[in-house]
Design a protein around this ligand. Structure first.
Ligand SMILES: NC(=O)c1ccc[n+]([C@@H]2O[C@H](COP(=O)([O-])OP(=O)(O)OC[C@H]3O[C@@H](n4cnc5c(N)ncnc54)[C@H](OP(=O)(O)O)[C@@H]3O)[C@@H](O)[C@H]2O)c1
Length: 225
C-alpha cells in the first residue's frame, strides 16, 4: 500500500485529502505541528506528500521551503502543493505567499504538481436563515467542494501524468446570492469582523472582483461534473 504524507493533515483540508486517499486504498499519514521537530523522520517511508500550509501562516515560503528540504532528505519523490486560485494578487498578502511558495516547489528538484483551489463552499454557512458574507453578494466565485478537492488530490497523487502540472480547481461558478437562493435562503452583506488584516484585504478584493475560477480542470480530473 502506498504511504502518502499529508502535511496539515488534521485540518479540514487535510482530512478531506486523507479520506479520499483512504477511499482509493492508499495510506494517508497526517502530519501536524508535532512532526516538525523531526520532519524527515516523520516522512520516512512515504512515496509522496501532499503539502498544506496552515491558514494565514505568517511566512508560508519558509514553511514550504523547510518541508521541501525535509522531503528531499527523506527520499520522498513526489510533492503536491496546495496553493490557491489566483496566487499572484499583490493586494492579498497570503496569496502572494503562495505564489512565492509555488516557485520554490517548481525549483525543488522533486516531481511536483500544484493545485490552485478556489474558496471552499464549506466556508459558507448554509444553515440559514440567510447567508452572510462581508463582501458583495453578487461577486463571481469559483467555489470548491472539499470532497471534490480530496478526490482530485487523490487522482494526482496516485495516477501518473500530472508531474509538472498546475491545475486551478473549482466545482462551480456561482455568486453568494445564487447559492443562497438555491438553498431557499437570502444573502446578506455584513461588516468585516476585522479578525486579521490579511482577511480584511481578501474581503476587499472579493468585494471588488470576487474570485472567479475555471471548472474544466477539476471536471477533467474527476471525469464528471
Ligand atoms: N478556506 C479556503 O477556502 C481555502 C481555499 C484555498 C486554499 N486554502 C488554503 O488551505 C490551507 C489549509 O487550510 P485549513 O483550514 O485546512 O488549515 P488549518 O486547519 O488552519 O491547518 C491545517 C493544519 O496545520 C497544522 N499547523 C498549524 N500550525 C502549524 C505550524 N506552525 N507548523 C506546522 N503545522 C501547523 C495543524 O495541525 P495540528 O493541529 O495537527 O498541529 C492544522 O491542523 C491554507 O493554506 C489555506 O490558505 C483555503
Amino acid at each position: 500500500m502506498m504511504r502518502i504524507a499529508v502535511l496539515g493533515g488534521h485540518g479540514k483540508t487535510g482530512r478531506a485529502v486523507a479520506a479520499a486517499l483512504a477511499d482509493r486504498g492508499a495510506e494517508a499519514v497526517p502530519l501536524g505541528r508535532d512532526a516538525w521537530p523531526d520532519l524527515p523522520g516523520a516522512l520516512a517511508g512515504c512515496g509522496a506528500a501532499y503539502l498544506i500550509a496552515p491558514n494565514l501562516h505568517p511566512d508560508e515560503p519558509a514553511y514550504v521551503g523547510e518541508a521541501l528540504a525535509a522531503m528531499s532528505a527523506a527520499g520522498v519523490a513526489r510533492v503536491v502543493y496546495h496553493s490557491v486560485a489566483s496566487p499572484y494578487v499583490p493586494e492579498m498578502p497570503h496569496h502572494l505567499g503562495k505564489a512565492a511558495s509555488e516557485d520554490l516547489v517548481r525549483r525543488s528538484g522533486l516531481a511536483w504538481t500544484i493545485l490552485q483551489p478556489g474558496a471552499y463552499v464549506q466556508n459558507l454557512d448554509l444553515a440559514g436563515p440567510s447567508v452572510s458574507v462581508p463582501y458583495d453578494v453578487d461577486a463571481p466565485f469559483g467555489l470548491l467542494d472539499l470532497a471534490d478537492l480530496g478526490a482530485a488530490a487523490a487522482t494526482v497523487l496516485l495516477e501518473g501524468g500530472h508531474e509538472g502540472a498546475t491545475y486551478e480547481l473549482a466545482s462551480r461558478q456561482v455568486t453568494t446570492r445564487q447559492l443562497a437562493a438555491e438553498a431557499g435562503l437570502t444573502a446578506e452583506r455584513v461588516a468585516d469582523p476585522g479578525t486579521h488584516p490579511w482577511l480584511t484585504a481578501m474581503f476587499g478584493y472579493y468585494d471588488r472582483h470576487g474570485l472567479p475560477v475555471g471548472t474544466l480542470p477539476l471536471r477533467a480530473l474527476l471525469g464528471r461534473p
